[in-house]
Design a protein around this ligand. Structure first.
Ligand SMILES: [Zn+2]
Length: 153
């Protein structure tokens, strides 16, 4: 089970652009990538929220239909290497860990057979004026979630 996450520089830039686009509301999407080795998960792409996403000051719901197509296209373009590895969204606060709603959503994903991972990653971009942090949380194993180190390559 991975303990650390490397985000490709291009994916990190995409994440920043999506966060910049929504200074007041939450936004988010899905993460694509692959396991480099037993300890390391590499994130290669960060999706946009999709045109029908629900973006509110303290809640977010992604546009699942849009993201399914986005995922399939990227999966093919990478010759099957990149697949769904988790979710991301913004919290407009610092030191803002996963909420109860977040935890429930990620535990469901970990258990569902139609998702290709049993240990989904949640990236939370903590965004307030003048400061931004990116934090990673791994779900589905034991303990029920753990903090994982996130670096940009
Ligand atoms: Zn949240």
């Amino acid at each position: 089970m991975y303990e650390r996450v490397i985000i490709d520089a291009g994916a990190r830039s995409a994440l920043s652009a999506h966060v910049n686009a929504e200074p007041l509301r939450e936004t988010g999407g899905i993460l694509l990538g692959f396991e480099v080795d037993e300890r390391t998960l590499r994130v290669t792409a960060v999706s946009p929220p999709g045109p029908r996403a629900l973006k509110m000051p303290r809640a977010f719901r992604r546009d699942t239909k849009f993201l399914q197509r986005w995922l399939e296209r990227r999966h093919e373009l990478s010759d099957g290497r990149d697949d769904y590895v988790g979710e991301w969204h913004v919290h407009h606060a610092l030191d803002a860990p996963p909420s109860c709603v977040d935890c429930h959503a990620l535990w469901c994903i970990a258990r569902k057979p139609n998702y290709p991972t049993g240990t989904p990653l949640l990236i939370i971009a903590e965004d307030v004026p003048g400061e931004r942090r990116v934090r990673g949380y791994r779900f589905g194993g034991r303990p029920k979630w753990s903090y994982v180190e996130v670096t940009v390559s």
